[in-house]
Ligand binder design. Structure first.
Ligand code: AMP
Ligand code: MG
Length: 426
């Protein structure tokens, strides 16, 4: 008789030879989205305020310098530096005033000065401003001491931006400072990329929508709500396609419809190896799979590929896995497709205040809390239960603690990599 028993492998390692590492998966996504024909190329002209949060589709060239002329950085008196005394004091006659918006039109000679306000244009012949607090004043003159520096308290033409400079580059996210810079150039309209269309739906026979009655064995669909929150950005148009049951035909139809109207399709659930998991095989049938397993926890299964011109992310079903895989893989891909030049999240090294344990084989994204200790030093502590269905752990935490595949133990006070959730804000 043939012995069909397979020797049992020790199960203390979490590795799977068919999984990509997190960085391999990131690279594959980056390669596919940068070569994708559907990277948004269509642009629109918008008034600058309407373009807040959108992605700039043109280089903004400075049409004037800022400051546009030499001007005073202080309320005080504009003089020529040669009049600063080397010993004793010097007395200078006040011959006029330069207001912000109403410059003094004549020249200042040696032995003279003018009263000048912050932002007012420097007059001919003056190159230095003495703060009003540093003068002794009569109605017609000021007296100054030694110790002033030549050219102090003057803001020079072009110090901030020089005419002809590229002040904002294509791919920049228009935030508050950018709106201000655009206005400082006197520009009222800019060209941005059209919004990226992202379709989302949940798959699962057990899912019911908020407002429906739950029968035995059913749960509310929360993933579409977390994803809705994660996708809130001005450069994205969300297309919510609801819940699709675990049915081959229904999933096929939903994929077909989503791929025809969206640039990116994001699903959750049904991507693993259960008997009702049809997402992967449907993607394979209707489009192409690039990869579907990543050595990370939470979130091993993630079907990445394309259907026609749409990029497809089949995220796992567990709520924490959805947030982890979305932020690590779908979000950088979405940023690139939307035209942003900065696409990745930035991670930091900080001191770990708690002991951490994990199994070898997968990169772990534990939920952590970054805080400042009594010495003003940043440290991170792990928060509560870590399983992939514990969605409250995301709410209690403010960062991921990212532990490499082969790490099994982190001692207190070791430096660890963290990704603050604020990294997902653009
Ligand atoms: P699946 O990958 O479809 O087997 O789903 C894995 C786990 O995530 C199961 O416990 C599902 O019930 C749960 N799940 C899947 N989709 C959702 C959803 N949209 N909202 C909340 N939980 C979900
Ligand atoms: Mg399912």
């Amino acid at each position: 008789m043939i012995n069909t028993l397979i020797p049992v492998q020790p199960n203390c390692d979490d590795s799977d030879p068919n999984s990509l590492s997190v960085s391999q998966a990131t690279d594959r996504i980056s390669t596919l989205v940068t070569t994708a024909s559907n990277t948004v190329k269509v642009t629109e002209r918008l008034s600058s305020r309407a373009a807040f949060g959108r992605v700039l589709a043109e280089d903004i060239i400075a049409t004037l310098s800022t400051p546009p002329y030499d001007n005073s950085a202080m309320d005080g008196y504009a003089i020529n530096a040669t009049d600063i005394p080397v010993s004793e004091t010097a007395t200078l006659q006040i011959i006029g005033t330069s207001w912000a918006g109403k410059p003094f039109q004549e020249a200042v000679s040696s032995g003279e000065c003018i009263r000048i306000m912050t932002g007012a244009k420097m007059p001919q012949g003056a190159d230095t401003v003495i703060m009003q607090e540093h003068v002794t004043k009569t109605d017609t003159s000021i007296t100054i001491n030694t110790g002033h520096c030549a050219k102090q308290n003057v803001r020079y033409i072009g110090e901030d931006i020089t005419i002809g400079d590229i002040v904002l580059k294509t791919g920049k996210n228009i935030a508050a400072a950018e709106l201000g810079i655009i206005a400082s150039m006197g520009i009222s309209e800019i060209t941005v990329y059209r919004k990226l269309r992202v379709a989302i739906f949940s798959t699962g026979d057990e899912l019911r929508g908020v407002g429906e009655i739950l029968e035995d064995g059913q749960i509310y669909d929360s993933n579409r709500y977390s994803l809705f929150g994660l996708l809130q950005r001005e450069y994205i148009e969300i297309i919510d396609m609801g819940v699709i049951l675990d049915d081959r035909t229904k999933i096929e139809n939903a994929f077909k419809q989503a791929a025809s109207i969206a640039d990116v399709v994001i699903t959750s659930g049904g991507v693993s190896v259960g008997d009702a998991d049809y997402v992967k095989e449907t993607l394979e049938k209707m489009g192409s799979i690039n990869f579907w397993k990543i050595a990370m926890k939470p979130g091993r299964p993630l079907a990445f590929g394309s259907i026609n011109d749409a990029i497809f992310f089949g995220l796992p079903g567990n709520p924490v896995s959805v947030m982890a895989t979305f932020t690590q893989f779908a979000l950088p891909g979405i940023r690139a497709l939307a035209g942003l030049s900065k696409t990745s999240n930035t991670n930091y090294q900080v001191r770990c205040a708690t002991e951490l344990k994990k199994r070898a084989g997968r990169m772990d994204f534990q939920r952590g809390y970054l805080s400042i200790d009594d010495k003003g030093q940043l440290s991170v502590a792990v928060t509560g239960l870590q399983a992939s269905h514990i969605l409250s752990s995301m709410s209690y935490s403010n960062c991921f603690i990212i532990l490499p595949e082969n790490t099994t133990h982190v001692a207190i006070d070791t430096m660890v990599e963290v990704q603050p959730y604020s990294e997902w804000s653009y």
